[in-house]
Each structure stands twice: as structure tokens, then as C-alpha cells.
Design a protein around this ligand. Structure first.
Ligand code: KIV
Length: 270
């Protein structure tokens, strides 16, 4: 079983693999393929819940889907994403929300979109036994502040601030750090500087691991960011299966005899 400690040991020797999942069948496939970490990301907002952004995603939506993923996962580390405003407003509420991901949903850790404001929070949650994966660079929950989904850490000042904030989260006890959509050379320096693993998305090849959103990997997304990649065409397979089903029903080919049974004693009801 993958543990937060195991990931630290893996960093630098073998790349860490992480994918998102939002349901049990997908989690099972990912887990059986030997992926190290399954993130129940708030990317579910765009990926599967039909929202325009991640902002409307609720704690209950993430919790229910984390529970489904955790039930189907035997080996991977399951990380639940903390949705917009489910943390950082009130300490007791944050602890209740983050703790519920472990206690009720069966997650192994939580991920928090991070900044200066999450350093103390990371320390508090870690002290309480809730492992925290920090997340810096492009943090989509701040889309209204950032003015879009552009690359972050692109000036010397911004890159230095990012590095300092990364260090602060490591000191606060974060067990790993997601770096999203930042210059590859900045991610490489953060990775070299930290002892905790970095997991990149749009952050180059020098991070300790990589993460992608599963609907991008499957070719199921309507829109994908420029740094994502498609590794299959699941949408085409789904379309074929649905077309075949429709045709089979319309032509009377389905259901066939083997799909149902008649009981002779029920032949004459009237
Ligand atoms: O919500 C998510 O899926 C994420 C990953 C893209 C890191 O935050």
C-alpha cells in the first residue's frame, strides 16, 4: 500500500504517478494499473459535474465521490481535494471538513490549494494527523483573483515567492506539493530545494511525479488545458457501445433469449 512516507522515499528514485478519479470503476482501473496516488480532485466540477469552474463544487460532492473511490482502491494513496471555501474560513470548520474526508470518506490525505494563508492551517491539520498535500502555482479556485487560468510564477518576484511559500508548507508539515502550470525551470528549482515530493502538472519533467485529470487522459473532456495529454480514446469507445445498443434495441436483436426467462405457470393470467 502506498503511504505518505513511502512517497517521500520514492521521490528522486522513481517517478510518482498520480491521476484523478471521481467514481469506483475508474478508481479500480487506475489502482489495478499501479498508479501511486488517486486524487479526488475538485476538477470533478468541470470534468464530470457539468459546472463551468471548480467554484460550485461542495464538500458533500467531494466526500461522496472520495468514499466511492476509497471503497474501490486497495493500493493507491487516496487524496481528497478540499473544495472552494471548505477550508480557511473558520478553523474548527476546516478541521471538521478535512477530518471528515479521512473519518467518513476513507481518504488517506487531503489536498489544499495553497498560499500564505494556508501555512498555519497545514501545520494544524498535520498536527491533528491529517496529512496535507499543498498545491501552488495555478490554483483554479482563485480564478477570479488570477484573472484566468494562465501560467503562474513567471516573474522573478513571483517565482521567489512561490519557492518561499513551498518551503513554508514543507516546514509546516505538508507531505507533498502539487505544482500547476509554472515554468519548468522554476519547478525544477523548487523540486531541488524541497525534501518533500513535488508533483507537476504543466510544470515540466523535473518534478518528482506527474498528475493529470483522468477525463483528459481518456479523451473524454470537452475542453482541455494546453499542458494536458490524451492517452486513449474512451469517448470513441463509449459512442460505439451506445450506437450498438441503440441499433440492437431498434432491430429487436436485444434482448435475446438468454437475457430473460419466462415461467410457464405464468402463461395464463386471465
Ligand atoms: O482538482 C484537481 O484535479 C487538481 C489537479 C489538477 C492537481 O487540483
Amino acid at each position: 500500500m502506498v503511504t505518505t512516507q513511502g512517497l517521500r522515499e520514492q521521490a528522486g528514485s522513481e517517478p510518482i504517478t498520480m491521476l484523478t478519479a471521481y467514481d469506483a470503476p475508474t478508481a479500480r482501473v487506475i489502482d489495478e494499473a499501479g498508479i501511486d496516488v488517486i486524487l479526488v480532485g475538485d476538477s470533478m466540477g468541470n470534468a464530470v459535474l457539468g459546472y463551468e469552474s471548480t467554484l460550485p463544487v461542495t464538500i458533500e460532492e467531494v466526500k461522496n465521490r472520495t468514499a466511492a473511490v476509497a471503497r474501490a482502491t486497495e493500493n493507491a494513496l487516496v487524496v481528497a481535494d478540499m473544495p472552494f471555501l471548505s477550508f480557511g474560513v473558520d478553523e474548527a470548520e476546516t478541521i471538521h471538513n478535512a477530518g471528515g474526508m479521512l473519518k467518513e470518506a476513507g481518504a488517506d490525505a487531503v489536498k489544499i490549494e495553497s498560499g500564505h494563508h494556508t501555512v498555519e492551517l497545514t501545520e494544524r491539520l498535520t498536527q491533528l494527523g491529517i496529512p496535507v498535500m499543498a498545491h501552488l502555482g495555478l490554483t483554479p479556485q482563485s480564478v477570479n483573483q488570477l484573472g484566468g487560468y494562465g501560467r503562474q510564477g513567471t516573474t522573478v518576484d513571483a517565482a521567489r515567492t512561490l519557492l518561499a511559500t513551498a518551503r513554508d508548507h514543507q516546514e509546516a508539515g505538508a507531505f507533498s506539493l502539487v505544482l500547476e502550470h509554472i515554468p519548468a525551470n522554476v519547478a525544477a528549482q523548487v523540486t531541488a530545494e524541497l525534501s518533500i515530493p513535488t508533483i507537476g502538472i504543466g510544470a515540466g519533467a523535473d518534478c518528482d511525479g506527474q498528475v493529470l485529470v483522468i477525463t483528459d487522459v481518456f479523451g473524454l473532456a470537452d475542453r482541455s488545458p494546453p499542458f494536458s495529454a490524451q492517452f486513449g480514446d474512451v469517448k470513441a469507445e463509449m459512442e460505439t457501445a451506445v450506437d450498438r445498443y441503440r441499433e440492437a434495441v431498434e432491430t429487436g436483436e436485444f434482448p435475446a433469449d438468454e437475457h430473460s426467462r419466462s415461467d410457464p405457470e405464468l402463461d395464463e393470467l386471465y
